[in-house]
Design a protein around this ligand. Structure first.
Ligand code: PMP
Ligand code: GLN
Length: 402
């Protein structure tokens, strides 16, 4: 029999599914896959429920939505662009609603890339980026940010650009590092995009999850960048409803039209009741959005204290759902993937190895923990870690005595 697609057949199951399954098997607290353990705003959930049975909406309420999204949601996305980031987009021609940011990313890359085009990517990176680039026959050019501060080296970035560069994929706030790109870094990126006539796909799913003291900046809002950027958001992240899988791309009309063609072939249209509810949610008062970062920052601080007490060194994030911690003092030379397995099985806390966000290279000792959980859950995770490492004297000691 002929083989199926080589790239997909050769790809393993995503680390998020692998670690969630392992956590379940061992009764571990799942700080691996990033999802909140409480629902987002009740009014948004109620809006979805109401839309399912809203007879005023007539027969359209549970049938195919318009291909690029319900007008009410496209208008809400355009209004949010203006309200939060000062970016004006036409809701009729410059917004495409997708089934999650995952589809938005795939559709955006499909819209831009031809085989042999080059894509600049910053590591560590979200796990769907590279497979999508490669499936499309494009060529990744990777630039690795280095811990602990995850600084972007302008010379390394410039060296990754060339005559074949079609686009750069930018994720800010960044998963897994929690880095929020600065105005200076964005200016460097904008300059390179301009000089190389390249586009940026901006994964901004954590746009509202920025800690006090940091500020999210949208590359699309910078001078000259409006026509080069495809900006992606996710209702899952903004409303703590990750299972809903509603995303949106804001892009200049000629590009949005091609993203729509990709969406037409992948999904065609996303669930209408969820679209209506997200449209309602994007109109919530400022206080809702402003509180998100502060709430998560407190959770991050809570977990970080516990991690430090257990012997990890924390690399402080500035936004998002995740904190990266260095387990060097606890892992005794064990690679991060093996360490995370043992942590799940023996300490009862699941985390994600940072090497899963990198394309090869030596496994280090960095581990990603999700803090978007109830305080009691974070406290229990910290207690388990502290007990485990106090008992073991570090995994190293535990292995030595095994
Ligand atoms: N981009 C990043 C950086 C993410 O962390 C995630 C996942 N949470 C996504 C995209 C996918 O978002 P969605 O669940 O809306 O598909
Ligand atoms: N974005 C989530 C994370 O980084 C996981 C999403 C998924 O499981 N596909 O943990």
């Amino acid at each position: 029999m002929k083989a199926p697609n080589r790239l997909l057949a050769g790809q393993g199951t995503t680390i998020f599914t692998v670690m969630s399954a392992l956590a379940e098997r061992h009764g571990a607290i799942n700080l691996g896959q990033g999802f909140p353990d409480t629902d987002g705003p009740g009014a948004v959930v109620a809006a979805a429920a109401a839309a399912l049975g809203d007879t005023a909406l007539g027969e359209t309420r549970n049938q195919y939505a318009p291909m690029t999204g319900l007008p009410v949601l496209r208008e809400a996305v355009a209004a949010a662009n203006r309200r939060f980031w000062g970016i004006t987009v036409d809701p009729a021609t410059e917004v495409v609603v997708t089934s999650g940011a995952t589809e938005a990313l795939a559709a955006s890359m499909m819209a831009l890339l031809d085989p042999a085009d080059e894509v600049v990517l910053l590591e560590p990176l979200y796990d769907t980026y590279l497979p999508m680039v490669r499936l499309l026959g494009a060529v990744p050019r990777l630039v690795r940010l280095t811990p602990p501060d995850w600084r972007l080296d302008p010379a390394a970035l410039a060296a990754a650009f060339g005559p074949r560069t079609k686009l750069l994929l930018l994720n800010t706030p960044m998963n897994p590092t929690g880095k929020v790109f600065t105005a200076e870094e964005l200016a460097t990126i904008a300059d390179l995009l301009h000089r190389h006539d390249a586009y940026a796909v901006c994964d901004e799913v954590y746009e509202h999850l920025v800690f006090p003291g940091a500020r999210h900046l949208a590359l699309m809002g910078l001078p000259g960048m409006r026509e080069r950027c495809l900006r992606i958001g996710s209702a899952g992240k903004t409303f703590s409803l990750t299972g809903w899988k509603i995303g949106y791309v804001s892009a200049p009309a000629p590009l949005a039209a091609v993203v729509a063609r990709a969406h037409q072939n992948l999904v065609f249209a996303s669930a209408p009741h969820l679209q209506r509810a997200v449209a309602f949610g994007l109109g919530l008062e400022d206080g809702y959005f402003a509180a998100l970062g502060a709430t998560l920052a407190a959770k991050c601080a809570r977990l970080s204290r516990g991690l430090e007490a257990a012997g990890f060194s924390v690399l402080a994030p500035r936004g998002g759902y995740f904190v990266v911690a260095d387990a060097a003092r606890l892992a005794g030379g064990e690679g991060d993937a093996a360490f995370c397995r043992r942590l799940t099985e023996e300490a009862g806390v699941a985390a994600i190895p940072v090497s899963a966000f990198q394309d090869g290279g030596p496994a280090g000792s960095l581990v990603r923990f999700a803090f978007c959980k109830r305080d009691a859950v974070l406290d229990e995770a910290c207690a388990r870690l502290r007990r485990h490492f106090a008992r073991a004297g570090g995994i190293d000691a535990a292995r030595a005595s095994a």
